[in-house]
Design a protein around this ligand. Structure first.
Ligand code: FE2
Ligand code: FE2
Length: 285
């Protein structure tokens, strides 16, 4: 069994950032002692260097392994460069290890440059090595982080080279029957109660097809500050609310999600700030 905490959208440096909510929520996360934490973007509000420095100070309070990708706010004001300098790669993939180390780090290969290395492969003809996914411990998880941000605009896209790179990794995961998780800031599917649809991925259709063709188990996003869960074919699409920004919609509080991944199920729980837990969904796979 693997237990994951999914958090998003700190917005450090914004006038709506609440340090009080932040530290109370960190205690809650640390008490849960997850196997790892996935952060799906918007560490900062403006992408400023000083905001990154502050955000890194905050991140140090989390006790579990921590994985992150940038959001659209992080890419502002050359923040996409600062992210790489102070936090790490903006696109990455890793097979996890239970002893708190990560191995098999796979770098994003920007030399692909639009070339389709998978064009002759028929996905549906591939045979999984282990048959159905029967054991989901942390050693059997492939985690992919995708940067969907564009400098200085709120819209997002993955782009063809990144999509092809992701497909290579997902093909490996599919054939080796690892439990696959993709983290991407912008939502691939529309989120209810977020008003007029804005900033969905420009190439959402193409990415949705890749994710469902390769039977990715979970896709984790942020951006809208509204938690939600969709299941499309065999893939669960989950968005997390904002962890610590008071830029919220209606009565939707700050929150984060947890995912318990058992032998044949995923249970997703919403943890609203100072409120009772809510079951987002429980699915067999
Ligand atoms: Fe945000
Ligand atoms: Fe965002």
């Amino acid at each position: 069994m693997t237990f994951i905490v999914h958090i998003s959208d700190f917005h450090v440096g914004g006038t709506d950032f609440s340090e009080d909510v932040f530290f109370n929520s960190i205690d809650k996360v640390n008490d849960l002692d997850p196997d790892f934490i996935i952060f799906t973007g918007d560490f900062t509000n403006h992408g400023y260097y000083a905001e990154y420095i502050k955000a890194i100070e905050y991140i140090k309070f989390f006790k579990s392994m921590f994985f992150s990708i940038p959001g659209n706010h992080d890419a502002r004001n050359l923040g996409y460069e600062t992210f790489q300098k102070l936090i790490g790669e903006r696109n990455w993939a890793q097979n996890l290890s239970s002893n708190n180390k990560v191995n098999n780090k796979i770098q994003y290969d920007d030399t692909l440059n639009g070339e389709c290395t998978l064009k002759n492969k028929e996905i549906k003809d591939w045979i999984k090595v282990q048959g159905p996914k029967c054991s989901v411990d942390i050693d059997n998880i492939t985690l992919v982080g995708l940067d969907s941000s564009e400098p200085d605009i709120s819209d997002g896209s993955v782009g063809r080279p990144q999509q092809l790179w992701m497909e290579e990794i997902l093909a490996d995961s599919y054939m080796n029957s690892t439990f696959s998780i993709v983290a991407i800031h912008h939502h691939v599917l529309p989120i209810p109660k977020t008003g007029r649809e804005r900033n969905i991925l420009f190439d959402a259709g193409d990415i949705l097809k890749s994710l469902t063709d390769f039977e990715v188990n979970m896709v984790l996003s942020g951006h809208k500050h509204v938690p939600y869960l969709w299941k499309v074919e065999n893939t669960i699409f989950a968005t997390a609310g904002s962890f610590s920004s008071l830029k919220l919609r209606g009565s939707c509080p700050n929150s984060f999600n947890t995912y318990e991944i058992g032998e044949d199920y995923v249970e997703a729980i919403l943890k609203p700030y100072r409120k009772e837990d809510i079951l987002l969904g429980k699915y067999k796979f």
